[in-house]
Design a protein around this ligand. Structure first.
Ligand SMILES: [Zn+2]
Length: 83
């Protein structure tokens, strides 16, 4: 099967708030790089109530951005982690 992503199938990662470990997103992440942004169309599950704000500790963890014309979140450094 030909896929544009040469690293094989994209897997889903869980993205957590670095301050309180609240689960923010389930995200289909391509590749193995650091997590600096997420495209909204790749978010499988969104557990936030307000965009870019952790619902548990109320801290902002990202900013809305357009990346290559697609709506995305840019994570603020050190505010999230994933596994
Ligand atoms: Zn939090």
């Amino acid at each position: 099967m030909a896929k544009p992503n040469k690293k094989g199938p994209t897997k889903t990662v869980d993205i957590f708030c670095a301050s309180c470990n609240f689960l923010l997103f389930k995200y289909r992440k391509g590749g193995k790089g650091a997590l600096v942004k997420s495209f909204k169309e790749r978010i499988n599950q969104d557990y936030t109530l307000e965009s870019c704000i952790c619902p548990k500790c109320q801290k902002p963890f990202a900013r809305e951005a357009l990346i290559r014309g697609l709506p995305a979140y840019k994570f603020i450094g050190g505010k999230v982690w994933f596994k």
